[in-house]
Design a protein around this ligand. Structure first.
Ligand SMILES: Cc1cc2nc3c(=O)[nH]c(=O)nc-3n(C[C@H](O)[C@H](O)[C@H](O)COP(=O)(O)OP(=O)(O)OC[C@H]3O[C@@H](n4cnc5c(N)ncnc54)[C@H](O)[C@@H]3O)c2cc1C
Length: 348
């Protein structure tokens, strides 16, 4: 039986764990300081007062898209409305329903991560040494974003809180940024009675939230995988630019600087790229992995080509896997990576 490990027990690690179990791979070791797979998500979703899942019917942790939470809600409410909404791609579970589902699956699946952080991954004969915690043949790295991004000039300003950190609102609030978190915070702070201003480098891009549907199809994804490295990096850059759906727009006065506000909310997203990641940066350097513009150049199934062969697998999940699947930082993307990884574990 191959030795299988998942490093990182957030939502992507959890989806992979459930998928491996469903594929009959029982012996999976998860390393994570968080026992609750939704720990990080919960803090961030609560911070921006998110009430409904952004994703449609695919937004759950189960190994297959169907039955998702719409079916479960239809049964609970004895109403076909959620399923009908799901068929029309209009179903968004509440965050409460989603978190209850994560908890139910956590208990039912026997999820119990080894409560530790892995500080080094090193390729050795026949597998990977995980910081002295054992050698595993197949390893999925699912350690999430490497950190929250705060603009250099705001870093020492005591008025600053990141949008994804817990916060209330002061009387006057300046929101920095132009993506979905910024739009959400314009609305939240206004609703809390604050005087709200916006500081942004450029006019907001208004477009649908999820990646364009062709990229979720086999054909569209194959086209993406065929792109030359530079073209793929450029396409990802455009896809990941801050944006929000038209209906999320709120008119607030635009300022050129944050001076004068009681509170500054940095709705400025995450640090991006392997260089910020304490686990991936040394991995790239020590094993001379191919990279493009801050991305580790992964194979279409999110494995690291140089460190994956018939006997062993190193794969990345979550934001680091967007090189392979642009929506990899969503639950649907977690499922894509998980299935590829399960195939490797089963057949190698
Ligand atoms: C506010 C918000 C709302 C979102 N809404 C949706 C939505 O509606 N639908 C959707 O599909 N997606 C949504 N997403 C996107 C996505 O589902 C989340 O970003 C998801 O939580 C990412 O999971 P992850 O496992 O990659 O990272 P995380 O959840 O951050 O988990 C990473 C885990 O790895 C652990 N870890 C880190 N380093 C190490 C290490 N060295 N060793 C061991 N463990 C380590 C961490 O402690 C953590 O437990 C949302 C994201 C945000 C921020």
């Amino acid at each position: 039986m191959p030795r299988v490990a998942i490093v990182g027990g957030g939502l992507c690690g959890f989806v992979a764990y459930l998928t491996l179990r469903r594929a009959g791979i029982e012996d999976v070791t998860v390393f994570s300081p968080d026992a609750d797979p939704a720990a990080t998500f919960r803090v961030r979703a609560t911070a921006i007062r998110q009430t409904h899942m952004r994703s449609e019917s695919d937004g759950h942790c189960l190994p297959t898209s169907f039955p998702g939470l719409a079916v479960r809600e239809s049964l609970a409410r004895r109403s076909v409305a959620p399923v009908v909404a799901s068929v029309l791609d209009r179903y968004h579970a509440t965050v409460g329903t989603f978190l209850a589902h994560v908890e139910e699956q956590r208990v039912r699946s026997g999820w119990s991560p080894v409560p530790t952080r892995i500080d080094r991954i090193c390729a050795v004969d026949g597998g990977f040494d995980l910081g002295g915690r054992g050698v595993f043949e197949h390893v999925l790295v699912a350690t999430g974003h490497p950190g929250l991004a705060v603009p250099e000039e705001l870093r020492d300003d005591p008025r600053v809180v990141h949008a994804y950190e817990p916060h209330d609102y002061a009387e006057s609030v300046c929101v920095v940024g132009a993506g979905l978190a910024a739009a959400t915070e314009w609305r939240n702070a206004s609703a809390a009675g604050a005087r709200v201003t916006s500081v942004r480098r450029r006019e907001p891009v208004q477009r649908p939230l999820n990646v364009p549907r062709p990229l979720l199809t086999k054909r569209g994804l194959a086209r993406f995988h065929r792109l030359a490295d530079d073209a793929r990096a450029a396409e990802l850059h455009d896809l990941l630019a801050p944006s929000y759906p038209r209906e999320a727009h709120v008119d607030v006065p635009v300022e050129t600087h944050v001076n004068g506000a009681d509170q500054v909310i940095a709705a400025t997203g995450f640090l991006r790229g392997y260089r910020h990641d304490p686990l991936l940066a040394p991995l790239v350097e020590e094993h001379e992995l191919a990279t493009v513009n801050g991305w580790i150049a992964l194979a279409p199934d999110a494995t690291v080509p140089r460190l994956t062969d018939r006997g062993r697998t190193l794969a990345l999940a979550g934001v680091a896997a967007q090189w392979s699947y642009p929506a990899a930082d969503t639950l649907m993307g977690a499922r894509y990576v998980a299935h590829g990884f399960a195939r490797r574990c089963r057949t190698r």
